[in-house]
Design a protein around this ligand. Structure first.
Ligand code: AMP
Ligand code: FE
Ligand code: FE
Ligand code: ZN
Length: 273
């Protein structure tokens, strides 16, 4: 099972077809495509898994902000035709475009000559963002790695940083639930604020206990929290594809069988709805 995968439709490097091929070759029981602020990959995935054994959960990841901290909310089993969901994420994507343009203006003022078209070329999907700016800058010789460019120019506090409009976690949770989905707090360790995590636990349906950036200790800690709050236990790799010198994360996060079975049970109940 891998319930956290990014594709070309946001800031991942793999096509939906490739993701499904690899997932099948790894014998994964169940996967979810969870692109940032877009569900355009989900429809493609639904068509591609028809007739296959692998189960696909429609998903999304919404980056929200709460008390200046990044909080990511995953939505599973969402109705991809829900009007409010479709409209809201379209708004979020437009705001992404506006923000990228503002960052480019700042970079231009720093004598870095890149255009919106250069960035667009790096973004094959709908959800454009800073990783695509970094890739465009690397192509033009302004740096070697995405991390380096974030560090020097576009990370929070750096000269070309521009804020992005974000929903609050509560807005995202409501949006997902109104679209018939279940809302899961993603990689709680990466929130880097346990007060926020504790505040949100009574308001979500699930917790991403298993994640590529959680240690075994983290997972045990969050598993206890999830059980205390009666939450659905999920896990995923947060795979963004193949990066330079990086291994492919897809399917690498180990999830105990009982939580895979529990999630499959929810999947089967949903199928009947
Ligand atoms: P954006 O949605 O445009 O704000 O970009 C956020 C994305 O950039 C995240 O999903 C990460 O994949 C990536 N990212 C954020 N910070 C860094 C960093 N310091 N180095 C490399 N990638 C980063
Ligand atoms: Fe990402
Ligand atoms: Fe995330
Ligand atoms: Zn993610």
């Amino acid at each position: 099972m891998d319930l956290h995968i990014h594709s070309l439709h946001s800031d991942g490097t793999m096509s939906i077809e490739k993701i499904i091929d690899i997932a099948e070759s790894l014998n994964l029981e169940i996967i979810s495509i969870t692109d940032h602020d877009t569900i355009s990959g989900v429809q493609e995935a639904i068509n591609l898994v028809k007739g296959k054994k692998i189960k696909l959960v429609p998903g999304i990841e919404i980056n929200t902000e709460y008390r200046k901290k990044e909080v990511h909310i995953l939505g599973y089993f969402i109705d991809i035709f829900n009007h409010k969901l479709v409209e809201t994420i379209e708004y979020l994507r437009n705001e992404r475009v506006n923000r990228v343009k503002k960052i480019i203006t700042k970079l231009n003022q720093l004598n870095i000559s890149i255009t919106f078209e250069d960035v667009l070329e790096q973004s094959k999907g709908e959800s454009i963002g800073r990783p695509h700016i970094a890739l465009a800058m690397i192509k033009k010789g302004y740096g070697k790695t995405v991390g380096e460019i974030f560090d020097e120019y576009i990370d929070q506090g750096k000269p070309a940083y521009v804020e992005r409009f974000k929903l609050s976690p509560y807005d995202a949770i409501n949006l997902i639930r109104d679209a018939n989905g279940i809302a899961v707090l993603a990689h709680p360790k990466l929130v880097k604020d346990e007060d926020i995590v504790n505040e949100l636990l009574p308001h979500v349906d699930g917790l991403e206990v298993f994640h590529s950036e959680h240690t075994e200790e983290d997972s045990n800690y969050y598993l206890n929290k999830a059980l205390q709050h009666n939450l659905i236990v999920t896990g995923g790799s947060d795979c963004h594809g193949i990066g330079k010198g990086k291994e492919l994360l897809l399917g690498t996060v180990k999830i105990p069988k009982e939580y895979i079975s529990a999630f499959e049970k929810i999947y089967k109940e949903r199928e009947r709805m």
